[in-house]
Each structure stands twice: as structure tokens, then as C-alpha cells.
Write a protein that binds this ligand. Structure first.
Ligand code: HPA
Length: 254
């Protein structure tokens, strides 16, 4: 790899399309990277893309690892450690989430301002890596300057964005109505099964983070209907171009 990207993207639900816009210099299969896990979920292929987007060198993870697949937290977050070792300074993430905020609609883009970690295992459990302190501060896990930049870009382009707290839970079940209600009472605006572990490790590595959640279904009393992975994908795909537009411009300007 001759590039030295300082920006990485985890191409989660909603950002897959961004990969098509990358001017790719190199593709590394996860199976060719020592200790890298291999993804199993439909809709998530597994390779590291090295290329350029908006004139910036980028490292993109095509396919992420979820705790519900059976990986340990160390495995789920290993790619972020690799990013750190490669010199990455800023990480962009996306996910699909169930909206628990009654003001949200399906297809909304939510800029993640903070998170609640409800995973049963902490990604920093065990011997502390010297990338950060034993007891890391989490008062600004999502970079305020990047949030402001996203707001500015969204306003310029006339793209409606929500702000909110993302709650990460292990899955693989979607929530019962009572669980959605509980998560909302806890302070969540969106709930999903990813992102939080990677963000914690990135933050511990001093990597700045920006994240967005696509609201693909609603966990709001009176609006709860049966939800499936296919519907989540469909709702997310419809919003992809807008989310990609914001990310692309953020990368160009940051
Ligand atoms: N719950 C958990 N994860 C999700 C949801 C949800 O409602 N929607 C998309 N991912």
C-alpha cells in the first residue's frame, strides 16, 4: 500500500454506494489480512478498499463485523486498531437504526451526537492498549466540529437531518414494543446493533468520529409494525444517495 489515508469509512448500511465512487488503488480481502475476521451477513462483503474520494486518500471497510455474528468484541473492533496503525485520524461510520423518537420518520437521517452502550461486553475490557488511558473520557465521542460541518453541508444542500442519541444493543432480535419504549425512556433516539464498539475503540485511539444513522423503522408506540432485514435494507437504500452526498462533501472539506 503506497497511500497514507488519514480518513477511514466503515461502509455500513447506507454508505455502500460510496464505494462505487472511490477511485480504487488497492483492494485487500479480509481473508488476506492476518487476524482479520471475515463477515457473514448478507449485504456485507469483506474487503478493505484503498483509494481516493473528493481528492482525499481514503481507507474504506466494505463489510463490518457485528457482535451478534458471534465475534468477540476484540474481533469486532480489530479493524479499527488496524486503521490506527495505518495512521487514520478521522473515522466516518453509518448504520441503520430503529427510531424511538416520536418526531422521527422512516427514511430520516440522524446525525449521531452521542451514544448509549448496552453491549454485554466492553470492547476495552482487558489489558489496556497504550493508545489511550485505562479509563477513557467519553464526554465527546462524536466530534462536535464534524457535526457542525455536517449540519452546514446538509443545510446548503437542503437535506433534512435529525440529531440524536444512538443506542447500541447486541441483537439479533429487533426490539419488542416494551424494549423500544424502555430505550426511548433511557434517552435513545435510534437503536441498532453496531457502531458503538468501533466508536469506543476509535475514540480510545484518538481518532475523531462522525456517524449517521438511517431510520429504517419506527419503535414508537402506535407506529410499530413487523420489521425484517429486507425492509431495513430497502429503507436504507432509498436514503443512500443523500447520506453519501453529505459524507462525500464532508470528506472533501475536512
Ligand atoms: N432495532 C435494532 N436494530 C435495527 C433496527 C431496530 O429497530 N432497525 C435497524 N437496525
Amino acid at each position: 500500500m503506497t497511500n497514507h489515508p488519514e480518513t477511514a469509512i466503515i461502509l455500513g448500511t447506507g454508505l455502500g454506494r460510496l464505494a462505487e465512487e472511490l477511485e480504487i488503488d488497492d483492494e485487500i480481502l479480509y481473508t488476506d489480512i492476518p487476524n482479520f475476521p471475515v463477515s457473514t451477513v448478507e449485504g456485507h462483503s469483506g474487503k478493505l478498499l484503498v483509494g481516493r474520494l473528493g481528492g482525499k486518500e481514503i481507507l474504506a471497510m466494505q463489510g463490518r463485523f457485528h457482535y451478534y455474528e458471534g465475534y468477540s468484541m476484540k474481533e469486532v473492533t480489530f479493524p479499527v486498531r488496524v486503521m490506527y496503525e495505518l495512521g487514520v485520524k478521522t473515522l466516518f461510520v453509518s448504520n441503520a437504526g430503529g427510531g424511538t423518537n416520536p418526531a422521527f420518520s422512516i427514511g430520516d437521517i440522524m446525525i449521531i451526537t452521542d451514544h448509549i452502550n448496552l453491549f454485554p461486553e466492553h470492547p476495552l475490557r482487558g489489558k489496556n492498549f497504550p493508545t489511550g488511558p485505562r479509563f477513557p473520557d467519553m464526554s465527546e465521542a462524536y466530534d462536535k466540529r464534524l457535526i457542525a460541518l455536517a449540519d452546514e453541508i446538509a443545510a446548503e444542500k437542503g437535506i433534512k437531518v435529525q440529531h440524536g442519541v444512538y443506542l447500541g444493543t447486541q441483537g439479533p432480535t429487533f426490539e419488542t414494543p416494551a424494549e423500544y419504549r424502555m430505550f426511548h425512556l433511557m434517552g435513545a433516539d435510534s437503536v441498532g446493533m453496531s457502531t458503538v464498539p468501533e466508536v469506543i475503540v476509535a475514540h480510545h485511539c484518538g481518532i475523531k468520529v462522525f456517524g449517521m444513522s438511517i431510520i429504517t423503522d419506527l419503535g414508537v408506540e402506535g407506529k410499530i409494525v413487523e420489521v425484517s432485514h429486507e425492509e431495513v435494507q430497502k429503507a436504507a437504500n432509498a436514503v443512500q444517495p443523500l447520506m453519501a452526498e453529505i459524507m462525500r462533501e464532508m470528506i472533501r472539506r475536512s
